[in-house]
Design a binder for this molecule. Sequence first.
Ligand SMILES: Nc1ncnc2c1ncn2[C@@H]1O[C@H](COP(=O)(O)OP(=O)(O)OP(=O)(O)O)[C@@H](O)[C@H]1O
Ligand SMILES: [Mg+2]
Length: 382
Amino acid sequence: MPVFKSEEKLSPEYVPARLVHREGELTFLRTLFSSLRTGAAYHVRAVIVGSVGTGKTSLAKLFGRTLESEGFGERTRVIYTHLNCRINRSLFSVLRRIADHLGVATPRRGYSDQEVLENIMETLRRRDAHLVLCLDEADVLISEEGSDPIYFLTRAGEDIGEGGRISLILVLRDPDYVERLDPQTKSGLGGSTIHLKEYSREQLFDILKYRASEGFFEGAVDDEILDFIAEIGAERGDARYTIDILWRSGKFAEAEGAPRINPEHVRKAVASVYPTIRRENLSYLSRDETFVLLACAKSLTAGRTHVASSEVYDMYRILCEERNIISKGYTTFWENLQQLQDLGFIRITVKSEGMKGRKSLISLPSIPVNLLIEELMKGLKP
Ligand SMILES: Nc1ncnc2c1ncn2[C@@H]1O[C@H](COP(=O)(O)OP(=O)(O)OP(=O)(O)O)[C@@H](O)[C@H]1O
Ligand SMILES: [Mg+2]
């Protein structure tokens, strides 16, 4: 039984039809651009900032898609062009890409930026079209060429009396880049900035739930697994990383011919992104720490994502007994757990249990349990 229904829907380039928890931002963009829809052809500028994987590119592309399909008014056509400045690092290359997109012939040489722009404007005017240009990863363009390209594009056409034909969306990771622009360029951008915050664990869960429903067959991944992945991803708040873990987990399940993703597939997925298990790291552990880590791993074998610290303690005592070693008290055991967390082997989360108080849960998000047990056992051999 395969797990993937449409694997390509989990690829990083795929733009989903919906952006969970970004509905407000999408509406805000639409409102900003609504002045264009009323026919008062007027350029709009917007800046989208947010760290890695917060949905900037997807938000812009999804917005562009709806713009093109809806149009602005009776007559005016909207053309959305999305350019990545990591690939188009200069104004020269940006302008030529726009020209290509519009089908405007421009000689590769001998044309100034201004001339290419005039050709673009002329084409837009002829077709009665409005261009919405998104400069994605504009940090790269600004660090290569400073304010000039942005200034040039925000003023585009104003000199030729066609100020309304080009709107601009700047996408940046680092908000400081806006500060680095010269004051004139900055004011030309206007004050409409959309800040995308890192996703919380709950938001990542909802995103995963939606994306999993598109990518996987029903029953292939259950909520406990999605929540486990969301917890792992929450440290960064990065949807790309989190969806990547989901996809990789599916690949590990598929490779085993398993009908559904289990916690071990997730751990393998995380370990495959960042190999965290290093033999030399294990060899630095004290004997007590080694036993406590082994107890964590053994408690998590039967397809579990988390285990209560009290259960790990019981397991630890059994392991010590089996080897005729005197086990330590709970306080020392707890210190060992914290040390293991500091070293990045385990994660401790505290769960409130209402009146009953709090419970500490242990998970091993980044190391396949079976591999860890194998390595630890090697180290324990006399
Ligand atoms: N709210 C969301 N709902 C569903 N999927 C999302 C959401 N946000 C992001 N994604 C998905 O996460 C991945 C990363 O998103 P995106 O590429 O838009 O991030 P970004 O902010 O542009 O990151 P970067 O700074 O690295 O360019 C994409 O595959 C996207 O489809
Ligand atoms: Mg992006």
